[in-house]
Write a protein that binds this ligand. Structure first.
Ligand code: ZN
Ligand code: MN
Length: 486
């Protein structure tokens, strides 16, 4: 028996605009309930929505980054719902003409390599409000969230493991953050996932497809991965118990995720498109995307992370790993790019940012451009390391000092005796002293015997000690070798 897991993912992403999708109300988190509302977003009759152009541009920017075809003509549709948190009784969405279609996103696989996940569509819609039930004997409705711009991204059913689902979701988070279109903050509910899951089972008796189950409203990567894994297990169990557990016999269904019990629970038979009574929104004009507007959006988009990463590898000869770390978010990528440009020493810049900068940024929960060290300083430090005027350990100390000192690193290093001694004349004097004071080790090193290497190491160590670690070890080593040969 062969069992194949088939998953398509719907992802809702809250866009990072100042105002709502179809009115001028402020988008804010944690404001008092119902303080950011107006007749449009609370669904009063007779009001007219107007499209938030920024939200539309953000969604197009994302569609372009997902390699989608961008529609030159789209319209809005009403999707009929009845919920207490949706007083209009419909959601404005895009039904048959999404703003983006037929794209893909390449995701890295845990076993190495990558996989292309096709993107079926990208469209825009508005969010509903929030029902509040907790700690009350009644429910309340907060409409602050009603009308928030939501971008919906739908993949083709190309995902074939719970891990792939999580990786795709995390890659999308990185992408929208990089594009600057969403904060994609999970704690604030900026991303929600709805996987559609079923199994293709092949055995002697034939091919079977289990019912497609859509898990609603998952709001963390962990819940997404676990819900898919649970469904994979559950659907196989159900089918083994009863071979009538098929898509043909049972259709589609919606399920919810119970995070405490770690399982999915049946909610309802899945509605079909006709249940929503979609029809064109009569209060909004269609959106016509001309070449000039599209060109402007492309220009504002800048270089994509994948292109930047490739450039770091091919042009600057950084490792795939370093290039990936440096381009993980827009701030780090921009900072790295500028600093490499200024210094001309990509490898040293990569070392400083990955080993010192990101460590501190992670500790402080900020980006590397916010830790108090300028790109000029990092560029200069990289040049000093390249030239050998500062050792790796002294560079770490100097970097610490740069966090609170905005002056030229060369100056800070001099004041703190961190400059590596490369002056052959001064070093030669120290080497002579060490040779004079350690006759037995010198003899051992000169003998060429088994222990000569160890003796040389000891002598070099003495030189480093006498210079308090400031000697350039390469130059000191060369001087020592020359003396030992004579
Ligand atoms: Zn409003
Ligand atoms: Mn939706």
């Amino acid at each position: 028996m062969q069992v194949k897991l088939i998953v398509g993912l719907e992802i809702h992403v809250q866009l990072d605009t100042q105002t709502k999708m179809f009115c001028g109300c402020k988008l804010a988190f944690n404001d008092p309930p119902n303080s950011n509302v107006c007749p449009v977003c609370i669904g009063m009759p007779g009001v007219l929505p107007t499209m938030n152009k920024k939200a539309y541009e953000y969604a197009v920017r994302t569609a372009l980054a997902l390699n989608c075809e961008v529609a030159r003509f789209t319209k809005w549709d009403r999707k009929g719902y009845y919920y207490p948190d949706l007083p209009k009784n419909y959601q404005i969405s895009q039904y048959d003409l999404p703003l983006g279609a037929n794209g893909y996103l390449e995701i890295p696989l845990e076993a190495g390599g990558s996989k292309k996940i096709r993107i079926r569509r990208v469209h825009l819609e508005e969010d509903a409000g929030k029902n509040l039930h907790e700690g009350m004997d009644h429910s309340q409705v907060d409409l602050n969230r009603a009308g928030t711009p939501l971008m919906e991204i739908v993949t083709e059913p190309d995902l074939s493991s719970p891990q792939e689902c999580r990786i795709l979701a995390m890659e999308l988070q990185k992408l929208v953050q990089f594009l600057g279109v969403s904060q994609a903050n999970m704690q604030m509910g900026h991303m929600r996932f709805e996987p559609n899951i079923n199994l293709l089972i092949e055995e002697a008796a034939g091919r079977f497809r289990t019912p497609i189950c859509e898990i609603k409203n998952l709001n963390s990567f962990r819940a997404l991965e676990r819900a898919v894994a649970y469904e994979q297990w559950r659907q196989q169990e159900e089918w083994q118990r009863d071979h009538n557990f098929t898509l043909e016999k049972l259709g589609k269904q919606n399920r919810g995720w119970d995070d405490n019990r770690n399982e999915t629970v049946f909610q309802r038979e899945k509605e079909e498109a006709h249940d929503y009574r979609y029809f064109p929104e009569p209060d909004l004009v269609p959106v016509v995307m001309d070449e000039a507007w599209l060109a402007q959006i492309k220009a504002e988009m800048g270089e994509l992370p994948q292109a930047m990463k490739n450039r770091f590898v091919t042009l600057h000869h950084l490792s795939e790993y370093d290039a990936g770390v440096l381009t993980a978010d827009r701030e780090t990528a921009t900072f790295s790019d500028i600093t490499i440009e200024k210094s001309g020493t990509p490898k040293q810049v990569a070392n400083i940012i990955t080993q010192f900068g990101l460590k501190i940024a992670n500790e402080r929960g900020c980006r590397v451009n916010e830790i108090g060290v300028s790109s000029d300083q990092v560029a200069k430090l990289a040049q000093m390391m390249e030239a050998g005027t500062i050792s790796a350990s002294a560079a770490a100390t100097l970097f610490e000092k740069m966090l609170t000192d905005s002056r030229d690193p060369q100056q800070i290093a001099q004041e703190n005796n961190l400059i590596q001694q490369s002056d052959a004349g001064a070093l030669e004097k120290v080497v002579d002293e060490v040779i004079a004071a350690n006759a037995p080790a010198v003899a051992e090193a000169k003998s060429g015997g088994k222990k000569s290497g160890k003796a040389r190491g000891f002598l070099l160590g003495q030189v480093m000690q006498k210079t308090r670690g400031q000697a350039n070890p390469n130059i000191a080593g060369e001087l020592l070798d020359a003396k030992l040969k004579s």
